[in-house]
Design a protein around this ligand. Structure first.
Ligand SMILES: [Zn+2]
Length: 484
């Protein structure tokens, strides 16, 4: 039996055992992660896993089982486990689960990839990392140099009891480096193209030369050393310009998570997991200023959160979350959408074969505005500009947040006057987004990949994306938490 026939067997078995709905995903995941640290290979992780996840609805309750053994007899045992789990938990449901309608789809989809990363030799990849490492360590004052590549190739066949059969292959690549400088009293880090691993995209090895890693290594390492003697971020209410991975993370934490509809409904609450964006606010609440437009777009070519179909077989789509500042949409799956009388907008995804799909971000993008970055700086009287994240915290309603960046640029009377270290800012989500008065144009727009979004219990890690340019916010409290 091939994978599709095994998945179909799981569906047929589940229906025979009383399921009203069933879906099965057979997944083959290939993964490679390489890290070079201070002139040495610090890690080479390679693994391949394969298995089937079976989800069933019996008596209006969900059952799920993951199964790494694709023998026919083992598939049947896994279906029995899933069905038994649904039957045992049915009495806990307030009302039976219903799924928003979806017509059957039979198709296949592949993410764009020019150069299959697993076909590139390990030697060539390590050579590229050593080249970066050497430049970083060549800068006096750098105590720790780290660089790495990450690759994923995930093949999956999805089959459900409504007649869908969808084959997908998604290839993703990530790359980046950081330099840490240490003095007797301080530790400072700079990263490129972004903190926490670099840039990630649905792409093959061809992504890596486009990131200009070696060309930026010297500058980034020097910035880490310069930060040691830079002044601390001044404190007070100032204008704040955000870009890069910092703006991406701001969107992720203060918009992406609170619009996950399962959290709004209270189905899921782990990891700061409820939301202030309750249902009464939909289509009424002024989330941000009128220039703030945010979409959930799983169709962006190259986005780390892009796919052809989600893990319920719903086609990838682009839907409005914030339109002209108003809160207009949630991230939903078939179950959560039905509870609201809507259709799923394709946001259900699972990590690997052995987790059940939950509502996840796709690419949550802050659409570009009309400004040039230079003009945004030139019209700022007293501000701080931050691009790369260093730390964050946000409360469980996603309202109060505090972020720290790796490096800040101080702006006085329209000019960048110097570097500041330990830049931080704090705010309350709607006040903050309502203070947004300028967003940079398409020229500055880029979709950043976030490879490590954790959610659920047991925890699932998702790879999601955030398209951003630069945005400016007014009267933001900066320089909190670091005393001179
Ligand atoms: Zn997250």
């Amino acid at each position: 039996m091939n994978e599709k026939e095994l998945a179909q067997l799981a569906i047929d078995t589940a229906l025979q055992m009383g399921a009203s709905y069933a879906d099965a995903r057979v997944i083959r995941l290939q993964r490679e992660s390489l890290e070079v640290r201070n002139g040495n290979v610090n890690g080479i992780k390679q693994h391949i896993e394969m298995g089937m996840g079976i989800r069933v609805l019996v008596n209006g309750a969900w059952g799920f089982a993951g199964n790494p053994d694709l023998k026919k007899s083992k598939v049947e045992i896994a279906v029995q486990r899933a069905v038994a789990l649904a039957k045992d938990s049915a009495h806990l449901y307030h009302k039976p689960v219903e799924l928003a309608r979806r017509k059957a789809i039979v198709t296949s989809w592949k993410s764009p990839c020019e150069q299959e990363p697993f076909a590139v030799s390990l030697e060539r990849k390590l050579e590229a990392l050593f080249e970066i490492d050497q430049i970083l360590r060549g800068v006096k004052g750098v105590a720790l140099s780290e660089s790495g590549f990450d690759f994923w190739k995930e093949w999956q066949i999805f089959v459900n009891s409504e007649g869908s059969a969808i084959e997908q292959e998604i290839i993703q690549t990530g790359a980046g480096f950081s330099a840490t400088a240490v003095s007797d009293t301080d530790v400072q880090i700079r990263s490129f193209p972004s903190s926490f691993g670099g840039q990630f995209a649905s792409a093959g090895y061809e992504l890596i030369p486009t990131l200009d890693l070696t060309a930026n290594a010297q500058r980034i390492a020097e910035e880490a050393v310069q930060l040691l003697s830079a002044k601390n971020c001044p404190s007070g209410e100032k204008t704040l310009i955000l870009g890069g991975s910092q703006l991406a993370l701001q969107v992720h934490e203060s918009c992406g998570h609170p619009v996950e509809f399962d959290r709004v409904l209270g189905h899921e609450a782990d990891f700061a997991g409820t939301s202030f964006l309750t249902q009464d606010k939909l289509k009424h609440f002024q989330y941000g200023s009128e220039i703030v437009n945010i979409v959930a777009d799983a169709t962006v070519p190259g986005g780390l959160g892009s796919f052809g179909y989600d893990d319920e077989g719903t086609p990838a789509q682009c839907s409005d979350i914030i339109r002209n500042g108003k809160f207009v949409g949630y991230l939903m799956g078939r179950e959560t959408a039905e509870s609201f009388g809507m259709e799923s907008n394709g946001a259900m995804r699972a990590e690997g074969y052995n987790h059940t799909p939950i509502v996840r971000m796709t690419n949550i993008n802050l659409l570009p505005g009309e400004h040039e970055l230079e003009e945004m700086i030139a019209s700022t009287k007293d501000g701080i500009w931050i691009n790369d994240n260093r730390s964050w915290s946000i409360d469980d309603k996603r309202l109060n947040f505090q972020f720290g960046g790796e490096l800040g640029w101080e702006i006085k009377d329209g000019k960048i006057v110097g570097m500041v270290k330990n830049p931080t800012y704090t705010g309350i989500t709607p006040q903050f987004w309502n203070s947004c008065d300028a967003i940079a144009n398409q020229k500055h727009y880029k979709v950043w990949g976030t490879p490590n979004c954790g959610k659920g219990q047991p925890m699932q890690v998702a790879r999601v994306g955030h398209g951003v340019s630069y945005a400016r916010f007014n009267n933001v409290k900066v320089g909190v938490g670091y005393a001179e």
